[in-house]
Ligand binder design. Structure first.
Ligand SMILES: Nc1ncnc2c1ncn2[C@@H]1O[C@H](COP(=O)(O)OP(=O)(O)OP(=O)(O)O)[C@@H](O)[C@H]1O
Ligand SMILES: [Mg+2]
Length: 442
Protein backbone atom coordinates (compact mmCIF):
# COMPACT_ATOMS: atom_id res chain seq x y z
CA UNK A 1 0.00 0.00 0.00
CA UNK A 2 1.40 3.42 -0.90
CA UNK A 3 1.31 6.82 0.57
CA UNK A 4 0.86 10.18 -1.15
CA UNK A 5 1.40 13.63 0.22
CA UNK A 6 -0.88 15.71 -1.99
CA UNK A 7 0.59 19.02 -0.97
CA UNK A 8 4.00 20.21 0.01
CA UNK A 9 2.33 22.93 2.04
CA UNK A 10 3.03 21.53 5.44
CA UNK A 11 -0.16 22.75 7.06
CA UNK A 12 -2.28 21.03 4.50
CA UNK A 13 -0.59 17.67 4.46
CA UNK A 14 -3.08 15.00 3.65
CA UNK A 15 -2.11 11.39 3.48
CA UNK A 16 -3.79 9.15 1.03
CA UNK A 17 -3.39 5.51 0.24
CA UNK A 18 -2.31 3.74 -2.93
CA UNK A 19 0.26 5.98 -4.58
CA UNK A 20 3.87 6.10 -3.51
CA UNK A 21 5.69 9.26 -4.41
CA UNK A 22 9.07 9.41 -2.71
CA UNK A 23 9.93 12.81 -4.17
CA UNK A 24 6.78 14.39 -2.76
CA UNK A 25 7.40 12.75 0.60
CA UNK A 26 10.97 13.97 0.69
CA UNK A 27 9.91 17.50 -0.23
CA UNK A 28 7.28 17.46 2.48
CA UNK A 29 9.77 16.14 5.03
CA UNK A 30 12.23 18.79 3.95
CA UNK A 31 9.65 21.53 4.51
CA UNK A 32 8.70 20.09 7.87
CA UNK A 33 12.34 19.95 8.94
CA UNK A 34 13.00 23.52 7.82
CA UNK A 35 9.98 24.76 9.72
CA UNK A 36 10.96 22.75 12.75
CA UNK A 37 14.59 23.84 12.84
CA UNK A 38 13.58 27.51 12.78
CA UNK A 39 11.93 27.05 16.19
CA UNK A 40 13.90 27.74 19.31
CA UNK A 41 11.66 27.10 22.29
CA UNK A 42 11.12 23.51 23.31
CA UNK A 43 7.38 24.10 23.73
CA UNK A 44 6.88 25.26 20.16
CA UNK A 45 9.16 22.53 18.79
CA UNK A 46 7.07 19.85 20.51
CA UNK A 47 3.78 21.38 19.38
CA UNK A 48 4.80 21.76 15.75
CA UNK A 49 6.52 18.37 15.56
CA UNK A 50 3.54 16.46 16.94
CA UNK A 51 1.14 18.30 14.66
CA UNK A 52 3.28 17.27 11.68
CA UNK A 53 3.35 13.66 12.90
CA UNK A 54 -0.43 13.53 13.13
CA UNK A 55 -0.73 15.09 9.67
CA UNK A 56 1.91 12.80 8.16
CA UNK A 57 0.18 9.69 9.39
CA UNK A 58 -3.44 10.83 9.34
CA UNK A 59 -3.75 9.96 13.04
CA UNK A 60 -6.51 10.98 15.44
CA UNK A 61 -4.27 11.73 18.40
CA UNK A 62 -0.71 11.34 19.55
CA UNK A 63 1.94 12.26 22.08
CA UNK A 64 5.63 13.00 22.47
CA UNK A 65 7.30 11.55 25.55
CA UNK A 66 10.83 12.22 26.77
CA UNK A 67 12.81 9.89 29.01
CA UNK A 68 13.12 11.36 32.51
CA UNK A 69 16.55 12.28 33.92
CA UNK A 70 16.63 9.14 36.09
CA UNK A 71 15.72 7.07 33.00
CA UNK A 72 12.91 5.21 34.79
CA UNK A 73 9.93 6.83 33.08
CA UNK A 74 8.59 8.67 30.10
CA UNK A 75 7.40 12.22 30.63
CA UNK A 76 4.55 12.94 28.22
CA UNK A 77 5.47 16.50 27.31
CA UNK A 78 3.01 17.04 24.45
CA UNK A 79 -0.43 15.60 23.67
CA UNK A 80 -2.63 16.44 20.68
CA UNK A 81 -6.01 15.26 19.42
CA UNK A 82 -7.09 14.51 22.96
CA UNK A 83 -7.54 17.17 25.64
CA UNK A 84 -6.95 15.61 29.03
CA UNK A 85 -8.24 17.40 32.11
CA UNK A 86 -5.48 19.11 34.13
CA UNK A 87 -5.67 16.56 36.98
CA UNK A 88 -5.62 13.64 34.54
CA UNK A 89 -2.57 15.02 32.79
CA UNK A 90 -0.72 15.85 36.02
CA UNK A 91 -1.44 12.38 37.32
CA UNK A 92 -0.55 10.34 34.25
CA UNK A 93 2.01 12.46 32.41
CA UNK A 94 4.93 10.49 33.87
CA UNK A 95 4.63 6.86 32.76
CA UNK A 96 7.00 4.35 34.36
CA UNK A 97 9.02 2.38 31.84
CA UNK A 98 7.70 -1.18 31.98
CA UNK A 99 7.67 -3.78 29.24
CA UNK A 100 4.35 -2.97 27.57
CA UNK A 101 3.19 -1.95 24.15
CA UNK A 102 4.26 1.73 24.46
CA UNK A 103 7.36 1.44 26.61
CA UNK A 104 8.90 -1.16 24.33
CA UNK A 105 9.60 1.70 21.91
CA UNK A 106 12.20 3.18 24.22
CA UNK A 107 13.13 0.12 26.24
CA UNK A 108 13.99 -1.85 23.10
CA UNK A 109 14.70 1.17 20.92
CA UNK A 110 12.37 -0.10 18.15
CA UNK A 111 9.25 1.11 16.43
CA UNK A 112 6.01 -0.58 17.43
CA UNK A 113 3.00 -0.90 15.20
CA UNK A 114 -0.28 -2.58 16.01
CA UNK A 115 -3.58 -2.90 14.23
CA UNK A 116 -5.53 -3.34 17.42
CA UNK A 117 -4.05 -2.15 20.68
CA UNK A 118 -7.10 -3.48 22.54
CA UNK A 119 -6.34 -7.07 21.65
CA UNK A 120 -2.55 -6.82 21.40
CA UNK A 121 -0.95 -9.29 23.85
CA UNK A 122 1.69 -6.67 24.77
CA UNK A 123 -0.98 -4.28 26.03
CA UNK A 124 -1.35 -3.66 29.77
CA UNK A 125 -4.39 -1.41 29.71
CA UNK A 126 -4.78 2.33 29.96
CA UNK A 127 -5.97 4.74 32.63
CA UNK A 128 -9.64 5.54 32.99
CA UNK A 129 -10.53 8.67 31.05
CA UNK A 130 -8.03 7.95 28.27
CA UNK A 131 -9.67 7.66 24.80
CA UNK A 132 -9.62 4.12 23.43
CA UNK A 133 -6.54 3.30 21.35
CA UNK A 134 -7.06 0.99 18.40
CA UNK A 135 -4.38 1.36 15.79
CA UNK A 136 -1.07 2.52 17.18
CA UNK A 137 2.35 3.46 15.86
CA UNK A 138 5.26 4.38 18.14
CA UNK A 139 8.78 5.35 17.06
CA UNK A 140 11.79 6.16 19.21
CA UNK A 141 13.39 9.59 19.30
CA UNK A 142 17.12 8.94 19.11
CA UNK A 143 20.33 10.88 19.38
CA UNK A 144 23.25 8.88 18.02
CA UNK A 145 21.13 5.73 18.19
CA UNK A 146 20.39 6.22 21.89
CA UNK A 147 16.68 6.79 22.66
CA UNK A 148 15.77 10.08 24.38
CA UNK A 149 12.01 9.55 24.10
CA UNK A 150 9.30 8.54 21.67
CA UNK A 151 6.55 9.71 19.40
CA UNK A 152 3.28 7.80 19.60
CA UNK A 153 0.35 8.27 17.20
CA UNK A 154 -2.95 6.45 17.29
CA UNK A 155 -6.29 5.75 15.70
CA UNK A 156 -5.60 6.20 12.04
CA UNK A 157 -8.86 5.22 10.42
CA UNK A 158 -7.05 2.45 8.52
CA UNK A 159 -4.10 0.40 9.70
CA UNK A 160 -0.62 1.91 9.96
CA UNK A 161 1.55 0.58 7.13
CA UNK A 162 5.28 0.07 6.97
CA UNK A 163 5.53 3.31 4.92
CA UNK A 164 3.98 5.25 7.79
CA UNK A 165 6.49 3.69 10.07
CA UNK A 166 9.44 4.67 7.83
CA UNK A 167 8.09 8.14 7.30
CA UNK A 168 7.63 8.70 11.04
CA UNK A 169 11.05 7.20 11.81
CA UNK A 170 12.70 9.58 9.30
CA UNK A 171 10.84 12.55 10.67
CA UNK A 172 11.56 11.48 14.29
CA UNK A 173 15.29 11.57 13.52
CA UNK A 174 14.89 15.28 12.67
CA UNK A 175 12.61 15.92 15.63
CA UNK A 176 15.09 14.34 18.05
CA UNK A 177 17.86 16.67 16.88
CA UNK A 178 15.65 19.73 17.05
CA UNK A 179 14.40 18.74 20.51
CA UNK A 180 17.98 18.28 21.69
CA UNK A 181 18.92 21.65 20.21
CA UNK A 182 15.95 23.30 21.87
CA UNK A 183 16.87 21.65 25.16
CA UNK A 184 20.47 22.83 24.81
CA UNK A 185 19.24 26.26 23.86
CA UNK A 186 17.00 26.37 26.94
CA UNK A 187 19.87 25.15 29.11
CA UNK A 188 22.02 27.89 27.60
CA UNK A 189 19.36 30.52 28.26
CA UNK A 190 18.99 29.26 31.84
CA UNK A 191 22.78 29.23 32.31
CA UNK A 192 22.96 32.76 30.90
CA UNK A 193 20.18 33.93 33.23
CA UNK A 194 21.94 32.23 36.12
CA UNK A 195 25.21 33.86 35.19
CA UNK A 196 23.56 37.24 34.84
CA UNK A 197 21.99 36.79 38.23
CA UNK A 198 25.34 35.85 39.72
CA UNK A 199 27.00 38.83 38.06
CA UNK A 200 24.24 41.11 39.38
CA UNK A 201 24.66 39.58 42.82
CA UNK A 202 28.44 40.02 42.73
CA UNK A 203 28.06 43.58 41.44
CA UNK A 204 25.71 44.30 44.29
CA UNK A 205 28.15 42.78 46.77
CA UNK A 206 30.97 44.75 45.24
CA UNK A 207 28.93 47.91 45.54
CA UNK A 208 28.24 47.13 49.17
CA UNK A 209 31.93 46.43 49.78
CA UNK A 210 32.81 49.71 48.07
CA UNK A 211 30.29 51.55 50.22
CA UNK A 212 31.67 49.89 53.33
CA UNK A 213 35.16 50.86 52.23
CA UNK A 214 34.09 54.45 51.58
CA UNK A 215 32.44 54.48 55.00
CA UNK A 216 35.63 53.15 56.58
CA UNK A 217 37.72 55.75 54.73
CA UNK A 218 35.38 58.50 55.95
CA UNK A 219 35.64 57.18 59.49
CA UNK A 220 39.42 57.06 59.27
CA UNK A 221 39.52 60.62 57.95
CA UNK A 222 37.35 61.70 60.83
CA UNK A 223 39.51 59.74 63.21
CA UNK A 224 42.62 61.35 61.82
CA UNK A 225 41.15 64.84 62.21
CA UNK A 226 40.01 63.98 65.68
CA UNK A 227 43.46 62.62 66.54
CA UNK A 228 45.07 65.82 65.33
CA UNK A 229 42.60 67.83 67.44
CA UNK A 230 43.23 65.62 70.46
CA UNK A 231 46.98 65.97 69.98
CA UNK A 232 46.65 69.73 69.79
CA UNK A 233 44.42 69.80 72.90
CA UNK A 234 46.84 67.53 74.72
CA UNK A 235 49.78 69.79 73.88
CA UNK A 236 47.79 72.77 75.08
CA UNK A 237 46.91 70.95 78.28
CA UNK A 238 50.53 69.99 78.93
CA UNK A 239 51.66 73.57 78.22
CA UNK A 240 48.96 74.85 80.56
CA UNK A 241 49.98 72.30 83.21
CA UNK A 242 53.63 73.30 82.90
CA UNK A 243 52.72 76.94 83.05
CA UNK A 244 50.21 76.84 85.86
CA UNK A 245 51.83 74.09 87.88
CA UNK A 246 55.55 73.61 87.43
CA UNK A 247 56.34 77.11 86.19
CA UNK A 248 54.51 78.74 89.07
CA UNK A 249 56.21 76.46 91.53
CA UNK A 250 59.65 77.23 90.05
CA UNK A 251 58.96 80.98 90.22
CA UNK A 252 57.96 80.48 93.88
CA UNK A 253 61.20 78.53 94.47
CA UNK A 254 63.32 81.24 92.87
CA UNK A 255 61.66 83.96 94.95
CA UNK A 256 62.21 81.90 98.08
CA UNK A 257 65.90 81.38 97.12
CA UNK A 258 66.29 85.11 96.51
CA UNK A 259 64.92 85.93 99.93
CA UNK A 260 67.13 83.20 101.46
CA UNK A 261 70.23 84.78 99.92
CA UNK A 262 69.20 88.21 101.19
CA UNK A 263 68.72 86.75 104.65
CA UNK A 264 72.16 85.11 104.41
CA UNK A 265 73.70 88.39 103.32
CA UNK A 266 72.43 90.11 106.48
CA UNK A 267 73.53 87.11 108.58
CA UNK A 268 70.01 85.97 109.40
CA UNK A 269 70.87 82.27 109.30
CA UNK A 270 67.70 80.95 110.90
CA UNK A 271 65.42 82.67 108.42
CA UNK A 272 67.74 81.72 105.53
CA UNK A 273 67.34 78.10 106.57
CA UNK A 274 63.53 78.51 106.60
CA UNK A 275 63.72 79.78 103.05
CA UNK A 276 65.87 76.82 101.98
CA UNK A 277 63.39 74.40 103.55
CA UNK A 278 60.58 76.15 101.71
CA UNK A 279 62.54 75.75 98.44
CA UNK A 280 63.02 72.05 99.22
CA UNK A 281 59.27 71.66 99.75
CA UNK A 282 58.52 73.46 96.51
CA UNK A 283 60.99 71.28 94.57
CA UNK A 284 59.30 68.17 95.97
CA UNK A 285 56.03 69.49 94.60
CA UNK A 286 57.74 70.13 91.26
CA UNK A 287 58.91 66.54 91.23
CA UNK A 288 55.36 65.24 91.97
CA UNK A 289 53.90 67.50 89.33
CA UNK A 290 56.42 66.38 86.70
CA UNK A 291 55.67 62.75 87.54
CA UNK A 292 51.95 63.39 87.09
CA UNK A 293 52.49 64.95 83.67
CA UNK A 294 54.81 62.14 82.60
CA UNK A 295 52.35 59.53 83.86
CA UNK A 296 49.56 61.00 81.77
CA UNK A 297 51.78 60.82 78.69
CA UNK A 298 52.86 57.24 79.19
CA UNK A 299 52.66 55.15 82.33
CA UNK A 300 56.37 54.91 83.21
CA UNK A 301 56.01 51.79 85.32
CA UNK A 302 54.55 49.94 82.33
CA UNK A 303 58.04 49.45 80.93
CA UNK A 304 59.50 48.56 84.28
CA UNK A 305 56.81 46.37 85.79
CA UNK A 306 55.05 45.00 82.73
CA UNK A 307 51.52 44.98 81.42
CA UNK A 308 49.81 42.79 84.00
CA UNK A 309 51.06 44.79 86.99
CA UNK A 310 50.20 48.03 85.28
CA UNK A 311 46.71 46.86 84.36
CA UNK A 312 46.15 45.70 87.94
CA UNK A 313 47.27 49.08 89.23
CA UNK A 314 45.03 50.94 86.81
CA UNK A 315 42.03 48.76 87.67
CA UNK A 316 42.68 49.32 91.36
CA UNK A 317 42.67 53.10 90.87
CA UNK A 318 39.57 52.79 88.71
CA UNK A 319 37.77 50.83 91.43
CA UNK A 320 38.55 53.43 94.04
CA UNK A 321 37.64 56.27 91.79
CA UNK A 322 34.30 54.82 90.60
CA UNK A 323 33.25 52.57 93.48
CA UNK A 324 32.38 49.90 90.90
CA UNK A 325 32.58 46.24 91.81
CA UNK A 326 35.52 45.15 89.60
CA UNK A 327 37.08 41.72 89.61
CA UNK A 328 40.30 40.82 87.82
CA UNK A 329 41.19 37.31 86.85
CA UNK A 330 44.60 36.49 85.36
CA UNK A 331 44.97 33.10 83.71
CA UNK A 332 48.05 31.44 82.28
CA UNK A 333 51.69 32.45 82.47
CA UNK A 334 52.08 36.10 81.55
CA UNK A 335 54.66 37.13 78.97
CA UNK A 336 56.24 40.46 78.11
CA UNK A 337 55.21 42.02 74.80
CA UNK A 338 56.89 44.73 72.74
CA UNK A 339 56.47 48.17 74.39
CA UNK A 340 54.05 49.53 71.79
CA UNK A 341 51.86 46.43 72.05
CA UNK A 342 51.64 46.73 75.82
CA UNK A 343 50.77 50.43 75.61
CA UNK A 344 48.02 49.68 73.05
CA UNK A 345 46.48 46.98 75.25
CA UNK A 346 46.70 49.27 78.27
CA UNK A 347 44.98 52.12 76.37
CA UNK A 348 42.31 49.77 75.12
CA UNK A 349 41.48 48.68 78.66
CA UNK A 350 41.46 52.34 79.74
CA UNK A 351 38.92 53.17 77.00
CA UNK A 352 36.74 50.15 77.82
CA UNK A 353 36.66 51.07 81.51
CA UNK A 354 36.11 54.76 80.77
CA UNK A 355 33.13 53.78 78.61
CA UNK A 356 31.70 51.66 81.40
CA UNK A 357 32.08 54.55 83.81
CA UNK A 358 30.61 57.11 81.39
CA UNK A 359 27.82 55.13 79.70
CA UNK A 360 27.05 51.73 81.17
CA UNK A 361 25.38 52.39 84.56
CA UNK A 362 26.88 49.04 85.50
CA UNK A 363 27.16 47.47 88.95
CA UNK A 364 29.75 44.84 88.23
CA UNK A 365 32.73 44.68 85.90
CA UNK A 366 34.63 41.48 85.18
CA UNK A 367 38.10 41.73 83.65
CA UNK A 368 39.91 38.63 82.49
CA UNK A 369 43.42 38.47 81.08
CA UNK A 370 44.28 35.09 79.72
CA UNK A 371 47.66 34.05 78.32
CA UNK A 372 47.67 30.91 76.21
CA UNK A 373 50.45 29.32 74.21
CA UNK A 374 49.57 31.44 71.19
CA UNK A 375 47.74 34.54 72.29
CA UNK A 376 46.71 36.98 74.90
CA UNK A 377 43.00 37.53 75.47
CA UNK A 378 41.70 40.50 77.38
CA UNK A 379 38.00 40.67 78.08
CA UNK A 380 36.04 43.35 79.86
CA UNK A 381 32.40 42.55 80.67
CA UNK A 382 29.88 44.74 82.41
CA UNK A 383 26.28 44.20 83.48
CA UNK A 384 25.20 47.69 82.40
CA UNK A 385 22.61 49.01 79.97
CA UNK A 386 24.34 47.79 76.78
CA UNK A 387 23.81 49.59 73.47
CA UNK A 388 22.93 49.25 69.79
CA UNK A 389 26.34 48.59 68.23
CA UNK A 390 25.18 49.03 64.61
CA UNK A 391 23.68 52.41 65.32
CA UNK A 392 26.82 53.55 67.17
CA UNK A 393 29.13 52.39 64.38
CA UNK A 394 27.21 54.24 61.68
CA UNK A 395 29.00 56.66 59.44
CA UNK A 396 29.37 60.21 60.79
CA UNK A 397 29.39 58.90 64.31
CA UNK A 398 31.17 61.36 66.57
CA UNK A 399 32.35 58.57 68.85
CA UNK A 400 35.93 57.46 68.48
CA UNK A 401 36.59 55.19 71.43
CA UNK A 402 35.27 52.01 69.79
CA UNK A 403 36.76 52.85 66.38
CA UNK A 404 40.14 53.43 68.00
CA UNK A 405 39.82 50.09 69.81
CA UNK A 406 39.20 48.34 66.50
CA UNK A 407 42.11 50.12 64.84
CA UNK A 408 44.39 49.25 67.74
CA UNK A 409 43.35 45.58 67.52
CA UNK A 410 44.07 45.59 63.79
CA UNK A 411 47.48 47.19 64.23
CA UNK A 412 48.30 44.38 66.68
CA UNK A 413 47.16 41.75 64.16
CA UNK A 414 44.54 40.92 66.71
CA UNK A 415 40.78 40.60 66.83
CA UNK A 416 38.26 42.68 68.73
CA UNK A 417 34.80 41.39 69.41
CA UNK A 418 32.10 43.60 70.90
CA UNK A 419 29.00 41.81 72.12
CA UNK A 420 26.22 43.98 73.39
CA UNK A 421 22.50 44.65 73.18
CA UNK A 422 20.37 47.28 74.86
CA UNK A 423 19.62 46.02 78.35
CA UNK A 424 22.04 43.11 78.09
CA UNK A 425 25.38 44.49 79.28
CA UNK A 426 28.51 44.72 77.17
CA UNK A 427 31.39 42.39 76.65
CA UNK A 428 34.54 43.44 74.80
CA UNK A 429 37.21 40.90 73.99
CA UNK A 430 40.60 41.62 72.49
CA UNK A 431 42.70 38.75 71.28
CA UNK A 432 46.33 39.40 70.32
CA UNK A 433 48.66 36.78 68.86
CA UNK A 434 51.88 36.23 70.78
CA UNK A 435 55.01 36.18 68.70
CA UNK A 436 57.17 33.16 69.38
CA UNK A 437 59.98 33.94 71.83
CA UNK A 438 58.22 36.53 73.99
CA UNK A 439 60.07 36.44 77.31
CA UNK A 440 58.06 35.17 80.27
CA UNK A 441 57.22 37.81 82.85
CA UNK A 442 58.40 37.22 86.38
N1 LIG B 1 30.13 49.61 78.11
C1 LIG B 1 29.18 50.34 77.54
N2 LIG B 1 27.92 50.33 78.00
C2 LIG B 1 26.95 51.06 77.42
N3 LIG B 1 27.16 51.83 76.33
C3 LIG B 1 28.39 51.89 75.83
C4 LIG B 1 29.47 51.16 76.38
N4 LIG B 1 30.58 51.38 75.63
C5 LIG B 1 30.20 52.21 74.65
N5 LIG B 1 28.89 52.52 74.76
C6 LIG B 1 28.09 53.33 73.84
O1 LIG B 1 28.82 53.43 72.64
C7 LIG B 1 29.04 54.78 72.29
C8 LIG B 1 30.36 54.89 71.58
O2 LIG B 1 31.44 54.69 72.47
P1 LIG B 1 32.82 55.35 72.10
O3 LIG B 1 33.80 54.97 73.10
O4 LIG B 1 33.11 55.02 70.66
O5 LIG B 1 32.51 56.90 72.12
P2 LIG B 1 32.26 57.82 73.38
O6 LIG B 1 32.68 57.13 74.62
O7 LIG B 1 30.86 58.31 73.32
O8 LIG B 1 33.17 59.03 73.04
P3 LIG B 1 34.77 58.99 72.94
O9 LIG B 1 35.03 59.20 71.46
O10 LIG B 1 35.24 60.08 73.80
O11 LIG B 1 35.23 57.64 73.42
C9 LIG B 1 28.94 55.51 73.59
O12 LIG B 1 28.54 56.85 73.39
C10 LIG B 1 27.86 54.74 74.32
O13 LIG B 1 26.59 55.13 73.89
MG1 LIG C 1 34.53 56.19 74.77
Amino acid sequence: MGLLLLSNEVDQLVVTENVSDTAVQLRALYHLSVELSALRSLGSVLKTALKHCLDLTGSQFGFIGLITADKTAIDVVEVQGFHPAREFYDHFRVIPLRPNLFSRVVLENVSVRTENALTDPRRVGQPQGHPGVKTFLGVPLRIREVPIGMIGVANRHLDYEVEHEHLLMTYAAQVAIVIRNAQLYEELVAAKADLEQKVAHRTHELQKAQEALAQKAAQLRQLFNETVDIQEAERQRIAQDMHDGINQLLIGAMLELKSGRERLAVGNLGQADNSLQAVQGILRNVETEIKRVIYDLRPPTLDALGLVSELRRYIQDFKQYTNLNCTVNIKGKSVRLPGQVEVSIYRLLQEALQNIYSHASAHRVRITICFTENDLELSVCDDGIGFDLNAVEQINSRHFGLITMRERAKSLNGRLSIRTQPGQGTSITLSVPLQPGHPKEN
